[in-house]
Write a protein that binds this ligand. Structure first.
Ligand code: 6PG
Length: 246
């Protein structure tokens, strides 16, 4: 089922498996279309939800439907840990995508092991280099994957943090008090400049926050600020998120 809302298009699926297959189809569709015009730029999201999507992309049904040789992979956010740490968004996605013909030169991870601010500045430079954009320009991703936290955060754009208002950098570091740790994240100017933004949200734990995002504009949640300027916003959610009697 698909419903249109002020917050984009909501596509509802039976469960995480079905959601992930639909998201994989969307991923392939966006990548194949972008590849007709040149290189493909995709930002992967972190956390647990998209892991099933990454595993699905590696299966027989999908793995050769993405022009991997022309695809540049980035991350929308990262934990400040080394790449081999179990919490690393890069490490988890790389493990799921390991069997695919992706050139290491096209994989742009945020260096979570470096001092956070250095890593953010370095990532910004790496993005500019890969996108070949001028200092005044904002890179335009073909696809930006995002998740939704129970507090309404997305990427590592957490409520009440300075990162929410950073409109001068493409990537920034932020200390998240509730996590007692630093994070690295793309900023809203980059997220909202994407041609396609896809949220993947699964499970009953996300029901309350999903409905607040969709139905309470006064909630002022970070994920409500994801409003692509000239792009498509699609929510891939399952029935556990939406709830049956809504
Ligand atoms: C991260 C994320 C974060 C995540 C949400 C949802 O690094 O954790 O990028 O924004 O997408 O917290 O996480 P789950 O998918 O694990 O619920």
């Amino acid at each position: 089922m698909t419903v249109a809302s002020a917050k984009g298009e909501v596509r509802v699926f039976r469960d995480l498996d079905e959601l992930s297959r639909a998201a994989a189809g969307f991923f392939c569709e966006v990548a194949a279309k972008a590849a007709r015009a040149g290189e493909v730029f995709i930002a992967l999201s972190g956390g647990s939800t998209p892991q099933r999507l990454y595993e699905t992309l590696s299966t027989q049904d999908y793995h050769d439907r993405v022009p991997w040789i022309k695809t540049q992979l980035f991350w929308s956010d990262e934990r400040c840990v080394p790449p081999d740490h179990p919490d690393s968004n890069y490490g988890n996605a790389a493990a799921a995508l390991a069997g695919l013909p992706i050139s290491p030169l096209n994989v742009h991870r945020m260096r979570g092991e470096d001092p956070p601010e250095d890593a953010a500045r370095e990532y910004e430079a790496e993005m500019r280099e890969a996108f070949k954009v001028l200092p005044s320009e904002v890179p335009r991703f073909d696809l930006m994957l995002l998740g939704l936290g129970e507090d309404g955060h997305t990427g590592s754009l957490f409520p009440g943090t300075t990162a929410l208002d950073d409109v001068t950098h493409l990537a920034t570091s932020v200390f998240v008090e509730k996590l007692k740790s630093h994070r690295l994240t793309l900023t809203f100017p980059v997220i909202n400049n994407a041609a396609n933004v896809a949220f993947l949200v699964s499970g009953e734990k996300k029901r309350e926050i999903f409905h607040r995002v969709m139905e309470d504009p006064s909630a002022n949640l970070p994920s409500q600020r994801v409003q692509p300027t000239n792009g498509k916003l699609v929510w891939f959610v399952d029935e556990a998120v939406v709830g049956r009697n809504r």
